[in-house]
Write a protein that binds this ligand. Structure first.
Ligand SMILES: Cc1cc2nc3c(=O)[nH]c(=O)nc-3n(C[C@H](O)[C@H](O)[C@H](O)COP(=O)(O)OP(=O)(O)OC[C@H]3O[C@@H](n4cnc5c(N)ncnc54)[C@H](O)[C@@H]3O)c2cc1C
Length: 319
């Protein structure tokens, strides 16, 4: 439970206290900007035991990583506050920000770091396994499920590539086609790599003692497996900025919906920046933190330029 008091006037409100938001706030707080991170406490990787592939922190529980990040931000006077931003509106000097519990504040800039929602394929029993023996990313979980019997649930053409990546981790891989089209060349390649192909529709997940033991197909056959991997449709969590005219759009990869930004995190709405999974659907923790850091630094630079221009105007008016 965080205890910071929310101040009424801030340079920046960061919405979302995952890797992206905390990292942006760290850059801002260290630049002596007044900044508050408001976080609803539901990071995307919460179901995972550990963060994998993050240099220097490999295997660290997500909650511990975020607790460290929170301490880093507070060390420089940044606020980190439990709460959910429910409304933002623009006024002449910035943005009025209201929380679901009625608290409010005001900021010159907004950094949106609200992450995304993973939409899990609608198959009976699948969602319950999320983050345990239903996994989505070979870099997050692949090593942990190496050599196990892995069923790759096809959700679109990209599944061809992920099948090859899972095959790198185990020689017991079955591709559940589930009605998805692949080219003859793709099927020849995965078959040549020793991947078995199961035709037909997947009906439900079979478990024994709270562990996956197979998938039941529509024709009644059961395909044995210990782990299922499936790509999710990833949808930016950006409803809170809709009132500012910022709406997620389809990502060019077809992986889901994101809030587009330039390389520094600037959105199409002046004063609103975005970093992490809300804009970069494929970002792992390290990439999300890096993007937040970049956005934080660029917001600081934008504010510094604004202040310099205002100072010149003030001098001209005084003289
Ligand atoms: C099961 C699973 C395992 C994973 N394992 C790994 C791994 O091993 N290694 C790795 O590098 N990556 C892993 N990832 C990816 C990792 O979760 C993301 O890279 C990372 O969470 C992105 O950080 P973020 O800050 O953009 O978003 P998030 O971490 O999702 O943080 C967003 C925060 O914003 C908050 N929020 C949303 N809306 C509001 C609002 N209106 N007001 C206030 N707060 C709000 C949310 O509650 C949340 O706390 C995994 C993902 C999943 C699903």
């Amino acid at each position: 439970m965080t205890t910071d008091m929310l101040r009424k006037e801030l340079d920046v409100v960061v919405i979302g206290g995952g890797a992206a938001g905390l990292s942006g706030a760290l850059m801002l707080a260290r630049s002596r900007r007044s900044v508050a991170v408001i976080d609803a406490g539901a990071p995307r990787n919460a179901p995972a035991d550990g963060i994998h592939g993050l240099l220097g922190y490999d295997g660290m529980p997500p909650a511990e990583y975020l607790a460290r990040g929170t301490e880093n931000v507070r060390r420089y006077g940044g606020l980190v506050i439990d709460g959910e931003v429910s409304e933002i509106s623009r006024d002449t000097t910035g943005f009025a920000v209201t929380l679901a519990d009625g608290r409010n504040t005001h900021a010159r800039r907004i950094l949106l770091a609200t992450g995304l929602v993973d939409e899990i394929p609608d198959i009976d029993g699948l969602a319950e396994r999320w983050g345990r023996d239903l996994v989505h990313c070979p870099y997050c979980h692949g090593w942990e499920v190496r050599d196990r019997a892995i069923a790759v649930l096809a959700t679109g053409p990209m599944t061809f590539h992920s099948t090859l990546l899972w095959r790198q981790l185990s020689d017991r891989v079955v591709l559940l086609r589930n009605g998805i089209d692949f080219t003859a060349e793709q099927l020849a390649q995965v078959t040549a790599r020793g991947v078995r192909i199961a035709e037909g529709r997947v009906q439900s997940v079979v478990t024994t003692d709270d562990a996956i033991t197979g998938v039941a197909m529509a024709d009644g056959q059961v395909v044995p497996c210990e782990v299922i991997t499936a790509g999710t449709r990833m949808v930016a969590r950006a409803g809170v900025v809709a009132t500012l005219g910022l709406e997620p759009v389809e990502h060019p990869s077809g992986m889901g919906m994101h809030v587009p930004t330039d390389a520094a995190g600037r959105t199409d709405v002046p004063g609103v920046w975005a970093a992490g999974n809300v804009t970069d659907l494929a970002a792992q923790v390290g990439a999300a933190a890096a993007a937040g850091s970049m956005a934080g630094a660029q917001i600081n630079a934008e504010l510094a330029l604004e202040e310099a221009a205002d100072a010149v105007d003030a001098q001209a008016q005084a003289g």
